[in-house]
Design a protein around this ligand. Structure first.
Ligand code: 13P
Length: 248
């Protein structure tokens, strides 16, 4: 039985005030069976890890550098994140792929750095609207995932979380139907099963893309959807908590 995971990606939103207000509201809740994670922007990671230390809520970063350290102005290394008490790192988010031309190979290199620093990579895959309309969804998401499956060791892959985020559903209010999302999740899990059956059975596949309180339950009850990567609705404590409840 896989433990459900509900993760909030704040993207480039927030302030010190929001960190305090939102995280204290989340901390006021009882731990439930689903694991909870928040991904604040870099400047708020330290504040978040201090506030959440020892609690049921984990902290992730939204990216890390593919370099270990050195003359890479503005970059943040996986080791620095681990040093702050961060446990997870989002990699290959479609906004990184789209606005920073991040490639599958770079995502793989970042995943290796993250794993070496004992961070859990949450690797995002997903097709654009044009790719879906061209019937290329399977090809795109399998290519994105296979880059990792071909290169990481079984022990490394055991730590990886995958998030399926159809690009056309992110921030648009359009959501993949539970059946559409399930179909892709099943496809991804089947690709992992070709590497190792036990790995496929234990790997977490999150869905992201306009997940809201009113559609979360129907997505999360699908057999291969193990949680949500939530953008907009994660900035509102009531909405985020309602999604967490739907994950139970
Ligand atoms: P929205 O929930 O705002 O569509 O964002 C999804 C996402 O990109 C999470 O990483």
């Amino acid at each position: 039985m896989r433990q459900k995971l509900v993760a909030g990606n704040w993207k480039m939103h927030g302030s010190q005030r929001l960190v305090t207000d939102l995280l204290n509201k989340l901390l006021n809740q009882q731990p439930l069976s689903a694991k909870v994670l928040v991904f604040p922007p870099y400047p708020y990671l330290s504040q978040a890890t201090k506030l959440l230390a020892g609690s049921f809520i984990g902290v992730g970063a939204q990216d890390c550098s593919q370099a270990e350290e050195g003359a890479y102005t503005s970059e943040v290394s996986a080791a620095m994140l681990a040093d702050l008490g961060v446990s997870h790192v989002l990699l290959g988010h479609s906004e990184r792929r789209q606005y920073h031309a991040e490639t599958d190979t770079q995502v793989l290199e970042k995943a290796k750095r993250a794993l070496a620093a004992n961070l859990i990579p949450v690797v995002c895959v997903g097709e654009t609207l044009a790719e879906r309309e061209a019937g290329a969804t399977a090809e795109v998401v399998l290519r994105q995932l296979t880059t990792l499956l071909d290169d990481l060791s079984l022990d490394e892959l055991k730590k990886v979380v995958v998030a399926y985020e159809p690009v056309w559903a992110i921030g648009t209010g359009l959501t993949a139907t539970p059946e559409q999302a399930q179909e892709v999740h099943a496809l991804l899990r089947a690709a992992v099963a070709k590497v190792d059956k036990d790995l496929a059975a234990s790997m977490l596949f999150l869905y992201g893309g306009s997940m809201k309180p009113d559609n979360a339950a129907s997505l999360l009850e699908m057999p291969d959807i193990d949680g949500g990567l939530i953008g907009g609705a994660s900035l509102d404590a009531d909405q985020f908590l309602a999604i967490r409840k739907a994950a139970e």
